[in-house]
Design a protein around this ligand. Sequence first.
Ligand code: NOJ
Length: 522
Amino acid sequence: MNMPAWLKNAIFYEIYPQSFYDSDGDGIGDLQGIIQKLDYIAGLGCNAIWLNPCFASPFKDAGYDVSDYCKIAPRYGTNDDARMLFEEAHRRGMHVLLDLVPGHTSDRHKWFRASAKPKRNKYSDRYVWTDDAFDYPEGFRVESGLYDRNGNYLVNFFSSQPALNYGFERQDHPWQLPPDHPSCVATLEAMKDVMRFWLDMGCDGFRVDMAKSLVKNDEHQTGIRRLWQNVRDMLDREYPQAVILSEWSMAKDAVDAGFHLDFYIHFLSKGYNALFQREGYNYVERGKQIDCFFNSNGRGNIRAFTDEYMDYLAYIAGRGHMCLPTGNHDMIRYSHLRTQDEMKIVAAFIMLLPSIPFIYYGDEIGLPYAEGIPSKEGGYYRTGSRTPMQWTGGKNRGFSQTDGALYLPVDESPASPDVERQQADPQSLLNTFRRFAHLRASEEQLQAVNNLQLVWAKENEYPFVFRRGKFLVAVNPRTEAASAEVPCGKWSERARVNGGGVLEGNTLTVAGISLVVYEEEG
Ligand code: NOJ
């Protein structure tokens, strides 16, 4: 299987297009705005972008409800703007992944409109419908009574997001078609054509929404593996430099299924939360403090991360990579309940592991989580993590020149961070990201290569120390200093955040809320 070489030193930047930069003064971000900020992104040390959905949509779920897969939403620009974005990114040696939402469409998509008609047509089986409007099958979420077709349709997420039909691995009802049924095959072929459409225009691949969920009744994941391997075969044959990145959060399964990359995040894997989550993210846990490792109270357990992460790394070695983000548009921002110093060690840390770092726009300045603001476009608690980028201290924090309403409010409090101020301060969070991104870029041993060795990773103890080739990295997120035994050697300091560390013999003491990188001499 083909592994595009550009992944080895990739550092990604996630852009939520509505909130990044408004180039035409209508109060909402757009593709030309992203083009204008490409040099900023490159200057930060990022050479790849993941763009959240930018396709035509009624925006009941911020664009994860696509009504036309092959059309840029007019509020963001045109398909020509997308082509220009790909070209301008490539000119700077950057790559762009679009967001593919293959599991469901908007209920306004023309496929769904046709599918909802009582008379059988080409799209009748494009979605999953029961055979009767009074059938509420157990274990599935269905919508009923909205259309004349005699049946209920399955939804994947919100009510306006009907599930596309890729088949049922085990069929319990006559309306559950097998994945090799011509209608289910047609759904997949249509989605492959969507991928070809954007790849032909110049995009470099896709982040794939809810990648695991396409085939239903698939306990052993045989159906979903077959499906993505089919897609991967197509890519390897037709677009060998293209990349697919799954929202699966179980790298072993995702890579087995054919993904090049999988997000190491807050769903199926346990380690992400054990590292970073200060507060529960779902409706049961929200508001509850979590003792993650990157918590100054020092009550985290690094082993809850390393045991899982090392296992995944070994399993996927040579076949795929994990992606480790500062956050994303679904999580409460990592700045929530953290100081700038605490964020700085997270910034450096994600740049020093073998997984591929992702910076969620705004996290490089510690953009705050806007707690309690009204929900926008299906955001609910997530809305607070989707507010506009703050570029300056000026009008609308430099996000937009409009005198009218913004997509979401900016934070007008004077202390709230902005890019301009942080660029001018060598010790800022922004410059910490930049420094460590450049360190990663300049040292192959710190990139996505399989050389992670644990040195000090003890149950409920601080610091955490690891090696990457000739580099030794130690991080201590708790307030008190913490010591570890490290291998004998001639170590010279290469980089530090906050207080750094002191080496005496082979005892390394890392100051509170600090990180240090040593390089072995000779
Ligand atoms: C995951 C996306 O990240 C999220 O924002 C979206 O609401 C759901 N999938 C549904 O597509």
